[in-house]
Ligand binder design. Structure first.
Ligand SMILES: Nc1nc2c(ncn2[C@@H]2O[C@H](COP(=O)(O)OP(=O)(O)OP(=O)(O)O)[C@@H](O)[C@H]2O)c(=O)[nH]1
Ligand SMILES: [Mg+2]
Length: 605
Protein backbone atom coordinates (compact mmCIF):
# COMPACT_ATOMS: atom_id res chain seq x y z
CA UNK A 1 0.00 0.00 0.00
CA UNK A 2 1.25 3.45 -0.92
CA UNK A 3 2.15 5.84 1.88
CA UNK A 4 -0.08 8.88 1.56
CA UNK A 5 -0.42 12.23 3.32
CA UNK A 6 -3.37 14.51 2.61
CA UNK A 7 -3.06 18.16 3.51
CA UNK A 8 -4.84 21.44 2.87
CA UNK A 9 -3.08 24.79 2.90
CA UNK A 10 -5.19 27.36 4.76
CA UNK A 11 -4.69 31.02 5.68
CA UNK A 12 -6.01 34.54 5.47
CA UNK A 13 -6.01 36.07 2.00
CA UNK A 14 -2.56 36.72 0.49
CA UNK A 15 -0.56 35.09 3.25
CA UNK A 16 1.23 33.02 0.59
CA UNK A 17 -0.58 29.67 0.20
CA UNK A 18 -0.38 29.36 -3.56
CA UNK A 19 3.23 30.55 -3.58
CA UNK A 20 4.07 27.89 -0.99
CA UNK A 21 2.44 25.18 -3.10
CA UNK A 22 4.55 26.36 -6.07
CA UNK A 23 7.69 25.71 -4.05
CA UNK A 24 6.52 22.33 -2.81
CA UNK A 25 5.84 21.33 -6.41
CA UNK A 26 9.19 22.58 -7.59
CA UNK A 27 11.38 21.31 -4.81
CA UNK A 28 9.85 17.86 -4.77
CA UNK A 29 11.02 17.45 -8.35
CA UNK A 30 7.48 16.86 -9.51
CA UNK A 31 7.87 18.89 -12.69
CA UNK A 32 9.59 17.44 -15.73
CA UNK A 33 12.93 19.09 -16.46
CA UNK A 34 11.63 20.92 -19.50
CA UNK A 35 8.21 21.78 -18.10
CA UNK A 36 7.50 25.49 -18.13
CA UNK A 37 5.53 26.62 -15.14
CA UNK A 38 3.96 29.96 -14.37
CA UNK A 39 4.15 31.67 -11.01
CA UNK A 40 1.30 30.64 -8.69
CA UNK A 41 0.61 27.74 -11.00
CA UNK A 42 -2.42 26.54 -9.03
CA UNK A 43 -4.29 29.79 -9.71
CA UNK A 44 -5.21 28.45 -13.11
CA UNK A 45 -8.42 30.19 -14.07
CA UNK A 46 -8.57 33.52 -15.81
CA UNK A 47 -9.97 35.70 -13.03
CA UNK A 48 -7.60 34.12 -10.50
CA UNK A 49 -4.63 35.06 -12.64
CA UNK A 50 -5.89 38.57 -13.28
CA UNK A 51 -6.53 39.34 -9.64
CA UNK A 52 -3.80 37.24 -8.06
CA UNK A 53 -6.25 35.58 -5.70
CA UNK A 54 -7.40 32.00 -5.36
CA UNK A 55 -11.14 31.54 -5.85
CA UNK A 56 -11.57 27.77 -6.14
CA UNK A 57 -9.73 25.21 -4.09
CA UNK A 58 -7.62 22.87 -6.22
CA UNK A 59 -5.62 19.79 -5.58
CA UNK A 60 -2.26 18.55 -6.69
CA UNK A 61 -0.03 15.64 -5.73
CA UNK A 62 3.68 15.43 -5.22
CA UNK A 63 6.00 12.57 -4.50
CA UNK A 64 8.50 13.06 -1.71
CA UNK A 65 10.78 10.12 -0.96
CA UNK A 66 8.51 7.11 -0.61
CA UNK A 67 5.43 9.26 0.13
CA UNK A 68 2.73 10.70 -1.99
CA UNK A 69 1.48 14.05 -0.66
CA UNK A 70 -1.91 15.24 -1.86
CA UNK A 71 -2.13 18.99 -1.37
CA UNK A 72 -5.28 21.11 -1.60
CA UNK A 73 -4.69 24.83 -2.08
CA UNK A 74 -7.61 26.83 -0.69
CA UNK A 75 -8.79 30.43 -1.15
CA UNK A 76 -8.10 32.88 1.66
CA UNK A 77 -10.73 35.51 0.90
CA UNK A 78 -13.61 35.40 3.37
CA UNK A 79 -16.22 35.18 0.61
CA UNK A 80 -14.85 31.80 -0.44
CA UNK A 81 -14.78 30.37 3.08
CA UNK A 82 -17.29 27.72 1.99
CA UNK A 83 -14.60 26.20 -0.23
CA UNK A 84 -12.33 25.78 2.78
CA UNK A 85 -15.02 24.22 4.93
CA UNK A 86 -15.72 21.41 2.52
CA UNK A 87 -12.06 20.72 1.82
CA UNK A 88 -11.12 20.28 5.46
CA UNK A 89 -13.12 17.08 5.66
CA UNK A 90 -11.01 15.58 2.88
CA UNK A 91 -7.62 15.94 4.53
CA UNK A 92 -5.77 14.58 7.56
CA UNK A 93 -3.75 17.71 8.26
CA UNK A 94 -3.45 21.40 7.48
CA UNK A 95 -0.63 23.84 6.92
CA UNK A 96 -1.79 27.06 8.57
CA UNK A 97 0.10 29.96 7.08
CA UNK A 98 0.31 33.24 8.95
CA UNK A 99 2.01 36.33 7.60
CA UNK A 100 4.95 37.15 9.89
CA UNK A 101 4.06 40.83 9.80
CA UNK A 102 0.26 40.98 9.54
CA UNK A 103 -0.23 38.20 12.04
CA UNK A 104 -3.57 36.60 12.85
CA UNK A 105 -6.30 38.11 10.66
CA UNK A 106 -10.07 37.51 10.47
CA UNK A 107 -9.89 34.65 8.00
CA UNK A 108 -7.03 33.03 9.95
CA UNK A 109 -9.54 32.73 12.78
CA UNK A 110 -12.30 31.43 10.54
CA UNK A 111 -10.26 28.67 8.89
CA UNK A 112 -8.45 27.65 12.06
CA UNK A 113 -11.72 27.39 13.92
CA UNK A 114 -13.01 25.01 11.28
CA UNK A 115 -9.79 22.96 11.28
CA UNK A 116 -9.88 22.66 15.08
CA UNK A 117 -13.50 21.59 14.81
CA UNK A 118 -12.45 18.70 12.57
CA UNK A 119 -9.87 17.66 15.17
CA UNK A 120 -6.89 18.52 12.98
CA UNK A 121 -3.53 19.51 14.46
CA UNK A 122 -2.25 22.43 12.41
CA UNK A 123 1.32 22.62 11.16
CA UNK A 124 1.82 26.36 11.66
CA UNK A 125 3.98 28.08 9.07
CA UNK A 126 4.92 31.65 9.89
CA UNK A 127 5.49 32.93 6.38
CA UNK A 128 7.14 35.98 4.82
CA UNK A 129 9.81 36.20 7.53
CA UNK A 130 11.89 38.08 4.94
CA UNK A 131 9.59 41.11 5.25
CA UNK A 132 11.00 44.19 6.93
CA UNK A 133 8.29 44.54 9.53
CA UNK A 134 8.09 40.84 10.32
CA UNK A 135 7.80 39.83 13.97
CA UNK A 136 7.60 36.03 14.11
CA UNK A 137 7.59 35.80 17.91
CA UNK A 138 4.61 38.10 18.28
CA UNK A 139 2.77 36.24 15.52
CA UNK A 140 3.47 32.89 17.16
CA UNK A 141 1.99 34.23 20.40
CA UNK A 142 -1.07 35.39 18.50
CA UNK A 143 -1.56 31.92 17.01
CA UNK A 144 -1.20 30.29 20.40
CA UNK A 145 -3.69 32.69 22.00
CA UNK A 146 -6.10 32.09 19.17
CA UNK A 147 -5.93 28.32 19.65
CA UNK A 148 -6.61 28.75 23.34
CA UNK A 149 -9.56 31.01 22.55
CA UNK A 150 -10.86 28.38 20.13
CA UNK A 151 -10.81 25.72 22.86
CA UNK A 152 -8.12 23.66 21.18
CA UNK A 153 -7.25 20.44 22.98
CA UNK A 154 -3.82 19.68 24.45
CA UNK A 155 -2.54 17.89 21.37
CA UNK A 156 -3.60 20.78 19.18
CA UNK A 157 -1.84 23.26 21.47
CA UNK A 158 1.39 21.32 20.90
CA UNK A 159 1.27 22.28 17.23
CA UNK A 160 4.57 22.25 15.30
CA UNK A 161 5.86 25.62 14.03
CA UNK A 162 8.08 26.48 11.09
CA UNK A 163 9.40 29.79 9.83
CA UNK A 164 9.32 30.35 6.10
CA UNK A 165 9.65 32.63 3.15
CA UNK A 166 7.59 30.77 0.60
CA UNK A 167 8.52 33.15 -2.16
CA UNK A 168 12.20 32.56 -1.55
CA UNK A 169 11.73 28.83 -1.24
CA UNK A 170 12.76 27.99 2.30
CA UNK A 171 11.29 26.90 5.61
CA UNK A 172 13.10 26.16 8.87
CA UNK A 173 12.43 24.96 12.41
CA UNK A 174 14.21 27.80 14.18
CA UNK A 175 14.76 31.38 13.12
CA UNK A 176 18.51 30.88 13.68
CA UNK A 177 18.68 27.95 11.23
CA UNK A 178 20.10 28.39 7.77
CA UNK A 179 17.61 29.52 5.11
CA UNK A 180 18.03 26.74 2.60
CA UNK A 181 15.07 24.90 1.18
CA UNK A 182 11.68 23.34 1.91
CA UNK A 183 13.08 20.09 3.31
CA UNK A 184 12.10 20.97 6.91
CA UNK A 185 8.53 21.54 5.78
CA UNK A 186 8.44 18.27 3.82
CA UNK A 187 9.74 16.52 6.90
CA UNK A 188 7.12 18.23 9.07
CA UNK A 189 4.36 16.98 6.77
CA UNK A 190 5.70 13.42 6.84
CA UNK A 191 6.28 13.41 10.60
CA UNK A 192 3.39 15.45 11.93
CA UNK A 193 0.42 14.82 9.65
CA UNK A 194 -1.29 11.53 10.46
CA UNK A 195 -1.72 8.81 7.86
CA UNK A 196 -5.23 8.36 6.50
CA UNK A 197 -7.42 6.04 8.51
CA UNK A 198 -9.62 3.54 6.70
CA UNK A 199 -8.58 0.43 4.86
CA UNK A 200 -8.42 -0.75 1.25
CA UNK A 201 -9.94 -4.04 2.43
CA UNK A 202 -13.21 -2.44 3.56
CA UNK A 203 -16.18 -1.79 1.29
CA UNK A 204 -15.71 1.23 -0.93
CA UNK A 205 -16.58 4.69 0.40
CA UNK A 206 -15.47 7.85 -1.36
CA UNK A 207 -16.80 11.40 -1.32
CA UNK A 208 -16.85 14.07 -3.99
CA UNK A 209 -15.51 17.47 -2.94
CA UNK A 210 -15.03 19.24 -6.26
CA UNK A 211 -16.43 18.89 -9.76
CA UNK A 212 -14.73 19.17 -13.06
CA UNK A 213 -15.67 18.36 -16.60
CA UNK A 214 -13.98 16.92 -19.61
CA UNK A 215 -15.12 17.22 -23.21
CA UNK A 216 -14.79 13.48 -23.76
CA UNK A 217 -16.08 11.90 -20.57
CA UNK A 218 -18.41 14.61 -19.20
CA UNK A 219 -18.77 15.33 -15.51
CA UNK A 220 -15.90 14.36 -13.27
CA UNK A 221 -16.02 14.17 -9.50
CA UNK A 222 -12.82 14.72 -7.56
CA UNK A 223 -13.09 12.41 -4.58
CA UNK A 224 -11.33 11.38 -1.46
CA UNK A 225 -11.38 7.62 -0.98
CA UNK A 226 -12.02 6.84 2.69
CA UNK A 227 -12.35 3.06 2.42
CA UNK A 228 -11.89 0.26 -0.08
CA UNK A 229 -10.77 0.67 -3.66
CA UNK A 230 -12.07 2.24 -6.83
CA UNK A 231 -11.31 0.49 -10.11
CA UNK A 232 -11.81 1.62 -13.64
CA UNK A 233 -14.59 -0.37 -15.30
CA UNK A 234 -16.23 -1.50 -12.04
CA UNK A 235 -19.74 -0.64 -10.98
CA UNK A 236 -20.49 1.53 -7.92
CA UNK A 237 -23.49 3.19 -6.35
CA UNK A 238 -23.64 6.96 -6.23
CA UNK A 239 -25.54 8.06 -3.11
CA UNK A 240 -26.81 11.63 -2.93
CA UNK A 241 -27.53 13.74 0.13
CA UNK A 242 -31.28 13.05 -0.23
CA UNK A 243 -30.58 9.30 -0.15
CA UNK A 244 -31.28 8.61 -3.85
CA UNK A 245 -28.98 6.07 -5.47
CA UNK A 246 -27.81 5.46 -9.02
CA UNK A 247 -25.62 2.63 -10.24
CA UNK A 248 -22.91 3.35 -12.78
CA UNK A 249 -19.58 2.15 -14.09
CA UNK A 250 -16.36 4.15 -13.72
CA UNK A 251 -15.45 4.96 -17.29
CA UNK A 252 -12.25 6.76 -16.47
CA UNK A 253 -10.12 7.10 -13.37
CA UNK A 254 -7.70 9.97 -13.15
CA UNK A 255 -4.81 10.47 -10.76
CA UNK A 256 -2.92 13.69 -10.02
CA UNK A 257 0.76 14.36 -10.50
CA UNK A 258 1.84 17.98 -10.16
CA UNK A 259 -0.18 20.00 -12.63
CA UNK A 260 -0.82 16.92 -14.77
CA UNK A 261 -3.54 14.35 -14.72
CA UNK A 262 -2.81 10.78 -15.53
CA UNK A 263 -5.13 7.92 -16.33
CA UNK A 264 -4.92 5.14 -13.79
CA UNK A 265 -6.59 1.74 -13.37
CA UNK A 266 -7.11 1.63 -9.65
CA UNK A 267 -6.78 3.68 -6.47
CA UNK A 268 -7.32 2.85 -2.83
CA UNK A 269 -8.28 4.17 0.58
CA UNK A 270 -6.50 7.38 1.53
CA UNK A 271 -6.00 8.73 -1.95
CA UNK A 272 -7.59 11.57 -3.91
CA UNK A 273 -8.67 10.77 -7.47
CA UNK A 274 -11.04 12.00 -10.16
CA UNK A 275 -13.85 9.73 -11.30
CA UNK A 276 -15.82 9.85 -14.56
CA UNK A 277 -18.84 7.81 -15.56
CA UNK A 278 -21.59 9.15 -13.28
CA UNK A 279 -23.72 11.54 -15.31
CA UNK A 280 -25.17 13.42 -12.34
CA UNK A 281 -22.25 13.32 -9.92
CA UNK A 282 -22.26 16.30 -7.51
CA UNK A 283 -20.30 17.79 -4.68
CA UNK A 284 -21.04 15.93 -1.45
CA UNK A 285 -22.15 12.68 -3.16
CA UNK A 286 -20.77 9.38 -1.90
CA UNK A 287 -19.41 6.69 -4.21
CA UNK A 288 -20.14 3.38 -2.50
CA UNK A 289 -19.82 -0.35 -2.81
CA UNK A 290 -22.85 -1.56 -4.78
CA UNK A 291 -23.75 -4.44 -2.48
CA UNK A 292 -23.10 -2.60 0.79
CA UNK A 293 -23.58 1.11 0.22
CA UNK A 294 -22.85 3.16 3.36
CA UNK A 295 -22.98 6.85 2.48
CA UNK A 296 -20.67 9.34 4.15
CA UNK A 297 -22.15 12.28 6.08
CA UNK A 298 -23.37 14.97 3.71
CA UNK A 299 -21.24 18.08 3.70
CA UNK A 300 -22.20 20.92 5.90
CA UNK A 301 -21.42 24.41 4.74
CA UNK A 302 -22.61 27.50 6.56
CA UNK A 303 -25.54 29.29 4.99
CA UNK A 304 -25.08 32.35 2.76
CA UNK A 305 -25.20 35.71 4.50
CA UNK A 306 -25.71 38.09 1.59
CA UNK A 307 -28.17 38.07 -1.28
CA UNK A 308 -28.81 40.08 -4.37
CA UNK A 309 -31.64 40.14 -6.91
CA UNK A 310 -30.50 39.36 -10.45
CA UNK A 311 -32.96 40.21 -13.20
CA UNK A 312 -33.36 40.49 -16.95
CA UNK A 313 -32.03 43.74 -18.36
CA UNK A 314 -35.05 45.84 -19.29
CA UNK A 315 -33.34 49.18 -19.90
CA UNK A 316 -33.42 51.03 -23.22
CA UNK A 317 -30.00 49.66 -24.20
CA UNK A 318 -30.93 46.04 -23.41
CA UNK A 319 -29.89 43.33 -25.83
CA UNK A 320 -27.35 45.40 -27.73
CA UNK A 321 -24.18 44.01 -26.22
CA UNK A 322 -25.01 40.61 -24.76
CA UNK A 323 -25.62 37.21 -26.30
CA UNK A 324 -27.66 35.61 -23.52
CA UNK A 325 -30.32 38.00 -22.31
CA UNK A 326 -33.45 36.01 -21.50
CA UNK A 327 -34.72 34.91 -18.14
CA UNK A 328 -34.53 31.25 -19.25
CA UNK A 329 -30.86 31.54 -20.13
CA UNK A 330 -30.06 33.28 -16.86
CA UNK A 331 -31.94 30.68 -14.86
CA UNK A 332 -30.16 27.83 -16.63
CA UNK A 333 -26.78 29.40 -15.93
CA UNK A 334 -27.56 30.01 -12.27
CA UNK A 335 -28.82 26.46 -11.84
CA UNK A 336 -25.59 25.16 -13.30
CA UNK A 337 -23.59 27.30 -10.89
CA UNK A 338 -25.49 26.05 -7.85
CA UNK A 339 -24.69 22.41 -8.69
CA UNK A 340 -21.00 22.95 -8.08
CA UNK A 341 -20.95 25.93 -5.79
CA UNK A 342 -22.34 24.54 -2.58
CA UNK A 343 -21.82 27.76 -0.65
CA UNK A 344 -24.28 29.65 -2.91
CA UNK A 345 -28.06 29.54 -3.32
CA UNK A 346 -30.50 30.63 -6.01
CA UNK A 347 -34.25 31.18 -5.84
CA UNK A 348 -36.49 32.28 -8.75
CA UNK A 349 -38.59 35.26 -7.62
CA UNK A 350 -41.02 35.47 -10.56
CA UNK A 351 -41.10 38.31 -13.13
CA UNK A 352 -37.74 37.35 -14.61
CA UNK A 353 -35.74 37.84 -11.43
CA UNK A 354 -33.71 35.57 -9.18
CA UNK A 355 -32.40 35.87 -5.66
CA UNK A 356 -28.74 34.83 -5.62
CA UNK A 357 -27.16 34.34 -2.20
CA UNK A 358 -23.57 33.86 -1.17
CA UNK A 359 -20.99 34.76 1.42
CA UNK A 360 -20.22 38.25 0.24
CA UNK A 361 -20.05 40.85 -2.48
CA UNK A 362 -16.91 39.40 -4.02
CA UNK A 363 -18.35 35.92 -4.36
CA UNK A 364 -21.51 37.22 -6.04
CA UNK A 365 -19.40 39.68 -8.05
CA UNK A 366 -17.17 36.90 -9.41
CA UNK A 367 -20.19 34.90 -10.54
CA UNK A 368 -21.53 38.02 -12.28
CA UNK A 369 -18.12 38.68 -13.82
CA UNK A 370 -17.94 35.12 -15.15
CA UNK A 371 -21.43 35.48 -16.60
CA UNK A 372 -20.67 38.69 -18.44
CA UNK A 373 -17.57 37.10 -19.91
CA UNK A 374 -19.74 34.27 -21.16
CA UNK A 375 -21.93 36.81 -22.96
CA UNK A 376 -24.70 37.36 -20.43
CA UNK A 377 -26.53 40.60 -19.89
CA UNK A 378 -28.53 41.25 -16.71
CA UNK A 379 -29.15 43.61 -13.79
CA UNK A 380 -28.21 43.41 -10.12
CA UNK A 381 -29.90 45.21 -7.25
CA UNK A 382 -28.31 46.38 -4.01
CA UNK A 383 -26.96 43.49 -1.91
CA UNK A 384 -28.99 42.72 1.22
CA UNK A 385 -28.00 40.63 4.19
CA UNK A 386 -29.84 37.37 4.74
CA UNK A 387 -31.79 37.66 7.99
CA UNK A 388 -33.41 34.74 9.75
CA UNK A 389 -35.64 34.07 12.65
CA UNK A 390 -34.60 32.11 15.74
CA UNK A 391 -37.12 31.54 18.55
CA UNK A 392 -39.17 34.44 17.29
CA UNK A 393 -36.18 36.81 17.25
CA UNK A 394 -35.00 38.39 14.03
CA UNK A 395 -31.29 37.66 13.50
CA UNK A 396 -28.68 39.09 11.19
CA UNK A 397 -25.11 38.08 10.32
CA UNK A 398 -22.23 39.72 12.16
CA UNK A 399 -18.68 40.02 10.94
CA UNK A 400 -15.33 40.23 12.65
CA UNK A 401 -13.61 43.32 11.25
CA UNK A 402 -9.96 44.33 11.52
CA UNK A 403 -8.80 47.70 10.27
CA UNK A 404 -5.21 48.89 10.19
CA UNK A 405 -4.89 52.67 10.03
CA UNK A 406 -2.19 55.29 10.49
CA UNK A 407 -2.68 56.87 13.91
CA UNK A 408 -4.15 60.12 12.59
CA UNK A 409 -7.12 58.27 11.07
CA UNK A 410 -7.94 56.26 14.16
CA UNK A 411 -10.56 58.78 15.28
CA UNK A 412 -12.46 58.98 12.04
CA UNK A 413 -12.44 55.19 11.62
CA UNK A 414 -13.88 54.65 15.10
CA UNK A 415 -16.48 57.36 14.60
CA UNK A 416 -17.68 56.10 11.22
CA UNK A 417 -17.81 52.51 12.37
CA UNK A 418 -19.70 53.54 15.48
CA UNK A 419 -22.42 54.97 13.26
CA UNK A 420 -22.57 51.59 11.56
CA UNK A 421 -23.18 49.85 14.89
CA UNK A 422 -19.70 48.39 15.15
CA UNK A 423 -18.51 47.41 18.60
CA UNK A 424 -14.78 47.83 19.19
CA UNK A 425 -13.17 44.85 20.90
CA UNK A 426 -9.45 45.57 20.65
CA UNK A 427 -6.99 48.35 19.91
CA UNK A 428 -3.37 47.38 19.32
CA UNK A 429 -0.53 49.69 18.37
CA UNK A 430 1.49 47.88 15.68
CA UNK A 431 5.29 47.90 15.41
CA UNK A 432 5.13 49.91 12.17
CA UNK A 433 3.34 52.79 13.89
CA UNK A 434 -0.14 51.99 12.62
CA UNK A 435 -3.05 51.14 14.88
CA UNK A 436 -4.98 47.90 14.57
CA UNK A 437 -8.63 48.19 15.55
CA UNK A 438 -10.88 45.16 15.88
CA UNK A 439 -14.66 45.27 15.77
CA UNK A 440 -17.75 43.13 15.72
CA UNK A 441 -20.16 44.63 13.27
CA UNK A 442 -23.48 43.72 11.61
CA UNK A 443 -22.66 42.65 8.04
CA UNK A 444 -25.21 45.25 6.94
CA UNK A 445 -23.07 47.99 8.38
CA UNK A 446 -20.23 46.97 6.09
CA UNK A 447 -22.14 47.34 2.83
CA UNK A 448 -20.70 50.35 1.09
CA UNK A 449 -18.16 50.99 3.83
CA UNK A 450 -14.97 50.19 1.92
CA UNK A 451 -15.24 53.22 -0.35
CA UNK A 452 -15.89 55.59 2.48
CA UNK A 453 -13.08 54.07 4.53
CA UNK A 454 -10.55 54.43 1.74
CA UNK A 455 -11.54 58.05 1.22
CA UNK A 456 -11.39 58.81 4.94
CA UNK A 457 -7.95 57.24 5.33
CA UNK A 458 -6.60 58.70 2.09
CA UNK A 459 -6.15 55.18 0.74
CA UNK A 460 -3.84 54.20 3.60
CA UNK A 461 -6.29 52.12 5.61
CA UNK A 462 -6.50 48.36 5.26
CA UNK A 463 -9.65 46.46 6.17
CA UNK A 464 -10.37 42.76 6.48
CA UNK A 465 -13.43 40.97 7.67
CA UNK A 466 -14.81 37.51 8.03
CA UNK A 467 -18.11 35.93 9.04
CA UNK A 468 -18.64 35.60 12.77
CA UNK A 469 -22.18 34.44 13.60
CA UNK A 470 -25.86 35.37 13.58
CA UNK A 471 -26.98 37.72 16.34
CA UNK A 472 -30.11 39.67 17.19
CA UNK A 473 -31.00 42.31 14.60
CA UNK A 474 -29.65 45.76 15.44
CA UNK A 475 -31.79 47.89 13.19
CA UNK A 476 -29.00 49.80 11.46
CA UNK A 477 -29.74 51.45 8.18
CA UNK A 478 -26.80 53.00 6.47
CA UNK A 479 -27.21 54.77 3.21
CA UNK A 480 -24.96 56.62 0.87
CA UNK A 481 -24.71 60.33 1.65
CA UNK A 482 -24.11 61.81 -1.82
CA UNK A 483 -26.97 61.74 -4.30
CA UNK A 484 -26.82 60.58 -7.89
CA UNK A 485 -26.54 62.69 -11.03
CA UNK A 486 -29.27 61.24 -13.23
CA UNK A 487 -29.53 61.73 -16.96
CA UNK A 488 -32.83 63.22 -18.13
CA UNK A 489 -32.47 62.26 -21.77
CA UNK A 490 -31.45 59.48 -24.18
CA UNK A 491 -28.51 59.82 -26.55
CA UNK A 492 -24.75 60.20 -26.60
CA UNK A 493 -23.07 62.29 -23.91
CA UNK A 494 -21.51 65.54 -25.09
CA UNK A 495 -18.14 66.72 -23.82
CA UNK A 496 -19.33 70.25 -23.27
CA UNK A 497 -22.15 69.28 -20.94
CA UNK A 498 -19.93 66.83 -19.06
CA UNK A 499 -17.52 69.71 -18.61
CA UNK A 500 -20.28 71.81 -17.07
CA UNK A 501 -21.53 68.98 -14.88
CA UNK A 502 -18.09 68.35 -13.40
CA UNK A 503 -18.73 71.17 -10.97
CA UNK A 504 -21.72 69.23 -9.60
CA UNK A 505 -19.85 66.09 -8.60
CA UNK A 506 -17.84 63.15 -9.88
CA UNK A 507 -18.69 61.93 -13.38
CA UNK A 508 -18.95 58.23 -14.32
CA UNK A 509 -19.14 58.71 -18.09
CA UNK A 510 -17.03 59.96 -20.98
CA UNK A 511 -18.09 61.89 -24.08
CA UNK A 512 -19.89 59.83 -26.74
CA UNK A 513 -20.93 57.27 -24.21
CA UNK A 514 -24.52 56.13 -24.60
CA UNK A 515 -26.82 57.37 -21.87
CA UNK A 516 -30.55 57.19 -21.25
CA UNK A 517 -33.13 58.87 -19.16
CA UNK A 518 -32.87 57.51 -15.62
CA UNK A 519 -29.27 56.37 -15.99
CA UNK A 520 -26.91 57.47 -13.23
CA UNK A 521 -23.99 59.31 -14.81
CA UNK A 522 -22.22 60.60 -11.73
CA UNK A 523 -22.13 61.11 -8.01
CA UNK A 524 -23.49 64.42 -6.86
CA UNK A 525 -21.42 66.52 -4.48
CA UNK A 526 -24.56 66.97 -2.36
CA UNK A 527 -27.16 64.70 -0.83
CA UNK A 528 -30.26 64.03 -2.94
CA UNK A 529 -30.50 63.05 -6.61
CA UNK A 530 -30.23 65.63 -9.33
CA UNK A 531 -31.63 65.31 -12.85
CA UNK A 532 -29.15 66.67 -15.35
CA UNK A 533 -28.75 66.86 -19.09
CA UNK A 534 -25.52 65.39 -20.44
CA UNK A 535 -26.57 65.93 -24.07
CA UNK A 536 -26.66 69.69 -24.21
CA UNK A 537 -24.12 70.92 -26.75
CA UNK A 538 -22.70 74.41 -26.74
CA UNK A 539 -25.02 76.81 -28.47
CA UNK A 540 -23.52 76.82 -31.93
CA UNK A 541 -23.09 80.02 -33.86
CA UNK A 542 -22.37 79.79 -37.55
CA UNK A 543 -18.75 80.47 -36.77
CA UNK A 544 -18.14 77.53 -34.52
CA UNK A 545 -18.28 73.85 -35.30
CA UNK A 546 -18.67 70.97 -32.93
CA UNK A 547 -14.88 70.60 -33.15
CA UNK A 548 -14.64 73.02 -30.23
CA UNK A 549 -15.58 70.07 -28.04
CA UNK A 550 -11.96 69.06 -28.07
CA UNK A 551 -10.93 72.21 -26.30
CA UNK A 552 -12.80 71.59 -23.04
CA UNK A 553 -10.79 70.05 -20.22
CA UNK A 554 -12.36 66.95 -18.77
CA UNK A 555 -11.50 65.25 -15.52
CA UNK A 556 -11.03 61.48 -15.94
CA UNK A 557 -14.33 59.86 -14.98
CA UNK A 558 -14.53 57.47 -12.05
CA UNK A 559 -14.52 53.97 -13.48
CA UNK A 560 -17.53 51.96 -12.46
CA UNK A 561 -16.65 48.34 -11.84
CA UNK A 562 -19.05 45.59 -10.96
CA UNK A 563 -17.86 45.52 -7.36
CA UNK A 564 -17.59 49.26 -6.85
CA UNK A 565 -21.13 49.57 -8.19
CA UNK A 566 -22.39 46.91 -5.76
CA UNK A 567 -20.88 48.95 -2.94
CA UNK A 568 -22.22 52.23 -4.20
CA UNK A 569 -25.85 51.72 -5.20
CA UNK A 570 -28.90 52.39 -3.10
CA UNK A 571 -32.15 50.51 -2.81
CA UNK A 572 -33.80 52.44 -5.65
CA UNK A 573 -30.94 51.78 -8.09
CA UNK A 574 -29.76 48.89 -10.25
CA UNK A 575 -26.54 47.86 -11.95
CA UNK A 576 -26.85 47.04 -15.64
CA UNK A 577 -24.20 44.51 -16.63
CA UNK A 578 -23.31 43.48 -20.17
CA UNK A 579 -20.18 41.92 -21.66
CA UNK A 580 -19.01 45.44 -22.55
CA UNK A 581 -20.47 47.79 -19.95
CA UNK A 582 -21.32 48.28 -16.32
CA UNK A 583 -23.89 51.05 -15.90
CA UNK A 584 -25.85 52.28 -12.90
CA UNK A 585 -29.47 53.30 -13.31
CA UNK A 586 -32.47 54.25 -11.23
CA UNK A 587 -34.97 51.42 -10.80
CA UNK A 588 -37.61 53.73 -12.16
CA UNK A 589 -36.41 55.46 -15.31
CA UNK A 590 -39.23 57.99 -15.28
CA UNK A 591 -38.33 61.23 -13.49
CA UNK A 592 -41.92 62.07 -12.55
CA UNK A 593 -42.51 58.64 -11.14
CA UNK A 594 -39.35 58.94 -9.07
CA UNK A 595 -40.53 62.27 -7.69
CA UNK A 596 -43.88 60.79 -6.81
CA UNK A 597 -42.24 57.84 -5.05
CA UNK A 598 -39.91 60.13 -3.10
CA UNK A 599 -42.90 62.19 -1.99
CA UNK A 600 -44.87 59.13 -0.91
CA UNK A 601 -41.88 57.86 1.03
CA UNK A 602 -41.50 61.17 2.80
CA UNK A 603 -45.19 61.32 3.66
CA UNK A 604 -45.24 57.82 5.05
CA UNK A 605 -42.44 58.62 7.49
N1 LIG B 1 7.84 39.01 0.93
C1 LIG B 1 7.22 37.86 0.70
N2 LIG B 1 6.15 37.82 -0.11
C2 LIG B 1 5.55 36.62 -0.32
C3 LIG B 1 6.03 35.43 0.27
N3 LIG B 1 5.21 34.42 -0.10
C4 LIG B 1 4.27 34.95 -0.91
N4 LIG B 1 4.47 36.27 -1.06
C5 LIG B 1 3.69 37.22 -1.87
O1 LIG B 1 2.40 37.37 -1.32
C6 LIG B 1 1.44 37.58 -2.34
C7 LIG B 1 0.30 36.62 -2.21
O2 LIG B 1 0.74 35.32 -2.49
P1 LIG B 1 -0.24 34.14 -2.84
O3 LIG B 1 0.59 32.90 -2.87
O4 LIG B 1 -1.10 34.42 -4.00
O5 LIG B 1 -1.15 34.16 -1.53
P2 LIG B 1 -2.41 33.24 -1.25
O6 LIG B 1 -2.40 32.96 0.22
O7 LIG B 1 -2.44 32.06 -2.14
O8 LIG B 1 -3.61 34.24 -1.59
P3 LIG B 1 -5.19 33.83 -1.77
O9 LIG B 1 -5.22 32.51 -2.43
O10 LIG B 1 -5.80 34.90 -2.59
O11 LIG B 1 -5.76 33.81 -0.39
C8 LIG B 1 2.19 37.45 -3.66
O12 LIG B 1 2.50 38.72 -4.13
C9 LIG B 1 3.44 36.69 -3.26
O13 LIG B 1 4.54 36.95 -4.10
C10 LIG B 1 7.19 35.51 1.11
O14 LIG B 1 7.68 34.53 1.66
N5 LIG B 1 7.72 36.74 1.28
MG1 LIG C 1 -3.88 31.42 -3.34
Amino acid sequence: MQKIKNIAVIAHVDHGKTTLVDQLLQQSGTYEAHQEVQERAMDSNEIEKERGITILSKNTAIVYGDHKINIIDTPGHADFGGEVERVLKMVDGVLLLVDAQEGVMPQTKFVLKKAIGFGLIPVVVINKIDKDGSDPERVLDEVFDLLVALDANEDQLEFPVLYAAARDGYAKWEMEDESKDMVPLFDAIIEKVPYPVGSPDNDTQAQVFTLDSDNFVGRIGITRIFNGKVKKGDEYLLVKADGSKTKSRISKLIGFKGLDRVEIQEAEAGDIVAIAGFADIDVGDSVCDKSNPVALDPMHVEEPTLSVIMSVNNGPLAGQEGKHVTSNKIQERLEKEMETNIAMRMEPMGDASFKVSGRGELQIGILAENMRREGFEFMLARPEVVTKEENGVKMEPFEHLVVDVPEEFQGVAIEKLGKRKANMTLLTPMPDGTIRLEFEIPARGLIGFRNEFLTDTKGEGIMNHSYLEYRAYTGTVVSRTPGALVSMDDGEAVAFSIFNLQARGVMFISPQEKVYSGMVIGESARPGDLDVNPLKGKALTNMRTSGTDDAVKLVTPRKITLESAMEWIEEDELIEITPLSVRIRKKSLDANERKRMARDKKNSK
